[in-house]
Design a protein around this ligand. Sequence first.
Ligand SMILES: [Zn+2]
Length: 120
Amino acid sequence: MQYKRPAMHEQSIVESLLALALENAEKAKARKIISINLVVGDYTGIVDDAVSFYFGFLSKNTIAAGAKIHFMHVPGQMRCRDCDLIFPLQKRDFRCPKCDGKRIEIVGGRELYIENMEVE
Ligand SMILES: [Zn+2]
């Protein structure tokens, strides 16, 4: 699973992630989810603390209660459509540093998915 939409509300994101984590844990016949490695792109606008907060709240009375979430951040990356250069986002400067082109697209930083998780 991978969400492409940026800036979704954390609570609905956590609801989806938790549902998926529980589903996977059930398939693995796990009794408890220990930790979850979550990949978060910098363009998603997701705030770690908010995710942790909602997760703690929503996972009560599930086997994910008390699970630790590890955040793995993916930096934002842009690609120039004119010269194919891939470069990190330069603060609001949506221009190619090589050819000064303005036809720029986002190619990294919108990731949001569970990389893996530890269960027992
Ligand atoms: Zn360029």
